[in-house]
Design a protein around this ligand. Structure first.
Ligand code: URA
Length: 281
């Protein structure tokens, strides 16, 4: 089946579609021995021989990207010497060996990416690229605005100050409250330690977003493959960050959105948040 050249290049995981277009336009791609710079060129992956920088595209490894909603009390690793349930136990039918992109605590829930694209996984986790991760958290008692501002500016932990974060009030009840916290670092138990440092221990922690990927309404314990569009968005995010870092323009990466904070939602008696039901758009 014919497809656009840039789409074929991106589908092998070599680059995002945007970067594939740059590769084509700069004369680094050939089809059947002829350099092609026309972006709309159609190729048939079964029939045509495509090379990027003189290397056969077909030799590129097909990459796989999965999104799992990790349930509570599951190890985020592939093996556990203690015999506890791991994320691997939820990947029935996946024959490719994929690795988790980062960790979630045993008692944390939510979005976990798994892939066999080691370079992309490493870049997503690299502190230099500041990939945002958003957590929906239930904490003891109700945070004051002053405590929220402290979290956003950075709090002192035993391994140093945290970078600026974003906090969104979600809802409050009498004894506890729910927040969305977005951070661009990934230190061990960071969210729990941040909340502890302002006097509000975490009761429940669900990761709902990582870069451009959202958990949506995927039920706990289930996984799905990322769509082409999502995988492309991940590659593009990493490339944009890498380019900014290479240009010495890390400001772009660090820039903070202006915060316009809404109030707490009214307590709702019937609606409960859990990773089984959480819907993120
Ligand atoms: N921060 C935490 O404290 N725990 C997690 O599982 C993830 C982020």
């Amino acid at each position: 089946m014919e497809m656009r050249l840039q789409k074929l290049i991106a589908s092998t995981g070599l680059s995002s579609r945007r970067k594939a277009e740059m590769l084509i336009a700069s004369g680094r791609v050939s089809v059947n021995g002829k350099v092609v710079t026309e972006l709309g060129t159609k190729v048939d992956p079964e029939r045509d021989h495509v090379k990027v920088d003189g290397k056969h595209l077909t030799s590129a490894q097909p990459f796989v990207y999965l999104l799992l909603n990790k349930p509570k009390n599951v190890m985020s690793t592939l093996d556990d010497p203690g015999g506890r349930t791991t994320v691997k136990d939820f990947l029935r039918g996946v024959s490719v060996r994929v690795f988790p992109v980062g960790r979630l605590d045993f008692d944390s829930e939510g979005l976990m990416l798994l892939t066999n694209n080691g370079d992309l996984a490493q870049a997503l986790l690299h502190p230099r690229y500041h990939v945002p991760k958003t957590y929906l958290i239930k904490v003891k008692r109700i945070l004051t605005d002053e405590e929220i501002v402290r979290l956003e500016r950075g709090v002192r932990l035993d391994d140093g100050m945290t970078s600026p974060a974003l906090v969104k009030k979600v809802k409050k009840a009498e004894q506890n409250s729910w927040l969305e916290l977005t951070i661009r670092e990934g230190r061990k138990h960071q969210v729990k330690r941040m909340l502890e440092s302002v006097g509000h221990p975490v009761i429940k922690l669900i990761r709902i977003r990582m870069g451009p990927i959202s958990l949506g309404d995927l039920p706990a314990g289930e996984f799905r493959f990322l769509t082409d569009r999502e995988a492309n968005a991940l590659r593009e995010l990493v490339e944009t960050r890498q380019e900014a870092v290479e240009r010495g323009d890390e400001q772009v990466v660090r820039s903070k959105r202006p915060v316009r904070r809404a109030g707490w939602a009214k307590p709702e008696k019937t609606k409960k948040f859990s990773s089984k039901k959480v819907r993120v758009v």
